[in-house]
Design a protein. Sequence first.
Length: 257
Amino acid sequence: MQVYRLSALSDNYIFLLHDPQYNVAAVVDPAEATPVLQHLETLDAQLVKIFNTHHHWDHVGGNQQLIQHFPNVCVYGGKQDRGRIPGQQVFLEEGDEVEFADRIGNILFIPGHTKAHIAYYFPSPQRDVPGELFCGDTLFAGGCGRLFEGTPAQMVDSLSKLRSLPDSTRVWCAHEYTLKNLQFALSVDGNNPDLQTRYAQVRAARQRLEATVPSQIGIERLTNPFLRWEQPALQSAVKSQESVQTFARLRGMKDRF
């Protein structure tokens, strides 16, 4: 399974999955159709599946046009998003599986950003191949999504699932927010040497107009404040020693940053 990162809108990423053996493709969170159609034409591949993580327009905006071009495409999304994702045919829950190419994807229910948010996690099939996590707007490189429909407790539970994945897991998050996320992270965890190093690397990459996605779970655990609510430095920054309250206060600070 090959993964292609496509830029869309102002700062969105769409992920096109390609099965070179059968020359078919799946797409994760098509914000718009044009970049997907262009890359499919380059590959001369047929689109067979649309994997949506949640219902927000900048993740499903291309669904209908893609369905028009590929009438037999199957549209997947969370069970609780019924009626909110254009063209949805498959309604997924925690523990369900999806198949594409030579990989089996596990469905993780990760509410918080929205009430119905899911992630698609394709575990590593062998030691030298990383797992692939398509997590929408729940986990970002250096950050996490705003809480539009969920609670801090739900988001802590959801992020706990994601941070427990293997360190080598690639994090395909849906926005290029990394530089600003790390600027906030430094404001609350400025003495973290791993974070300092990462910020310098990301700043240089963005100056070169390079993407910072995918990240890796191991890097996120070391540098992302929204996966580090037990750390004394972050608890001190928000004056709380309770995990959910620490997370909630950090998220509130980020909302105002």
